[in-house]
Design a protein around this ligand. Structure first.
Ligand SMILES: NC(=O)c1ccc[n+]([C@@H]2O[C@H](COP(=O)([O-])OP(=O)(O)OC[C@H]3O[C@@H](n4cnc5c(N)ncnc54)[C@H](OP(=O)(O)O)[C@@H]3O)[C@@H](O)[C@H]2O)c1
Length: 428
């Protein structure tokens, strides 16, 4: 077979890893795909920038069309990031019959259906394993490994930055602001950390996982999002005392044909395997109707782990080329998307209230829960030595989101409650 010529868009963290693996593992790759794999051209912003790997100068370009419109290039590997312009490049590449491998979750979460439809129209492959959880092969696992099963629940720690912050807060009793600053200094958090800490990055990944897991087109707007910026060290202390860790969990669930997706800081029982995923590591827990519980763990980002997934996609495209079966996506979204209503979404809740320290307060509070048919698993009342008020910690049984919203709205008006200090979803 003729050499496979790859156009690489981007030579940053991931692109550098792609070049290292394609060059370093060339003989293994050739044995698997039966042809030489050549990085033909590389797109960068600045061709004169000094880099940690050497790519011949004549292969570098700052003009994407040199690559997209090169008839000798068979496959585009997109690791430049960005959304609208990048989409334009990839759509034209597909129109020209080039296959695409991308690590771009922002692009796939927002425009995945359009890109996949274009790929189908032109019988091209689009693979995006690295877009969720970097080095963990979760996309292929959901689309192929679990193709025979019906997925009931996916829980993911899919953002390393927030997991690093919450782990440090838990292990060192540090405040959110202090750990965020440290994460920025270490390069784990961006100068503007909003997308990570407010849960948007995780929501994009959950939209991709939900689409694959439930075989229905899940959009970013279908994922309810709450980030970690309001998590206090006191909340984490309470969670630990009660046997929980606080993690930013993406949760996608299915019951009958109805699905729900969310990202929120969640109190997860310490005995659950996902509770012990620490630092920048990622993990995805998948519960299938037939297979039961499974979990996948590994590096969610970084040069070599992410590039491993990108090059694995490249191998998959080349194998399809040899078989002449490109463009037949292993997964099709054949199911109609039916989202659960707030009445149908149910989970346990942790609520921490600051209340007046006097008789009868607890009765007033439990009465509100009863009124909205929320049953309680445990109630703990304790005076706070630093506070003239008392603290009440409540853990509910499964309650609908609609009922809980009504309870909390009622609490805002209740004179015996000084403050609704914190509310968390509880799992495990
Ligand atoms: N980093 C990770 O661990 C990781 C993990 C999973 C997924 N991803 C995804 O992989 C993609 C790349 O991430 P990265 O961390 O490798 O990014 P990065 O280090 O910022 O590298 C981006 C590269 O693309 C080039 N580039 C960007 N915009 C360009 C433009 N408009 N025209 C020409 N060249 C352009 C840059 O050129 P210069 O070098 O000249 O600046 C650079 O080489 C993103 O979609 C990201 O979400 C990253």
């Amino acid at each position: 077979m003729k050499p496979i010529r790859v156009g690489l868009l981007g030579l940053g963290t991931v692109g550098t890893g792609v070049v290292r693996i394609v060059e370093g593992h060339q003989s293994d790759l050739q044995s698997q795909v039966g042809s030489e794999v050549i990085i033909e051209k590389v797109l960068v912003k600045n061709v004169d920038k000094s880099r940690s790997i050497s790519v011949p100068h004549h292969k570098m370009t700052d003009n994407a069309w040199d690559i997209i419109r090169d008839p000798d290039i068979n496959i585009i590997v997109e690791v430049m990031g960005g959304i609208e312009t990048t989409k334009e490049y990839l759509l034209e590449a597909l129109e020209r019959g080039k296959h695409v491998v991308t690590a771009n979750k922002d692009l796939m979460a927002l425009h995945g259906p359009e890109i996949l439809a274009k790929a189908k129209e032109h019988q091209c492959d689009v693979f995006y394993e690295a877009s969720v959880a970097g080095g963990i092969p979760i996309i292929r696992t959901l689309s192929e490994g679990f193709s025979s099963d019906r997925i009931l629940k996916i829980m993911g720690i899919v953002n390393g930055t927030t997991n690093f912050i919450l782990t440090k807060m838990s292990q060192e009793g540090a405040s959110y602001a202090d750990v965020l600053k440290e994460a920025q200094e270490l390069g784990y958090a961006e100068a503007d950390p909003t997308s990570d800490v407010e849960g948007l990055d995780a929501a994009r990944k959950m939209a991709i996982l939900g689409t694959l897991g439930f075989r229905a087109n899940v959009a970013l707007e279908d994922v309810s999002v709450r980030g970690i910026s309001s998590v206090s060290k006191e909340d984490i202390l309470y969670a630990k005392r009660l046997g929980y860790e606080v993690k930013l969990l993406g949760i996608a669930e299915r019951q009958d044909e109805h699905i729900s997706l969310s990202v929120q800081p969640t109190m997860i029982r310490k005995s659950h395997p996902i509770a012990s995923v620490n630092g920048v590591f990622n993990a995805v827990y998948v519960h299938g109707e037939a297979v039961g519980e499974t979990m996948f763990y590994g590096a969610g980002a970084g040069e070599m782990p992410t590039a491993t997934s990108v090059v694995a996609d490249l191998v998959a495209v080349i194998k399809n080329l040899k078989l002449g079966v490109n463009g037949q996506q292993a997964i099709v979204t054949y199911k109609e998307k039916k989202l659960k209503t707030d009445e149908q979404i149910e989970y346990k809740n942790f609520i921490l209230l600051h209340v007046q320290d006097k008789a009868g307060v607890l009765a007033r509070i439990t009465q509100v829960f009863a009124e909205f048919e929320v049953s309680l698993a445990s109630v703990l009342q304790q005076p706070n030595p630093d506070n003239p008020e008392a603290e009440i910690i409540i853990i509910t049984h499964d309650a609908s989101k609609a009922s809980m919203d009504k309870v909390l709205k009622h609490f805002e008006q209740l004179d015996v409650i000084r403050k609704i200090k914190s509310v968390y979803r509880v799992e495990g």
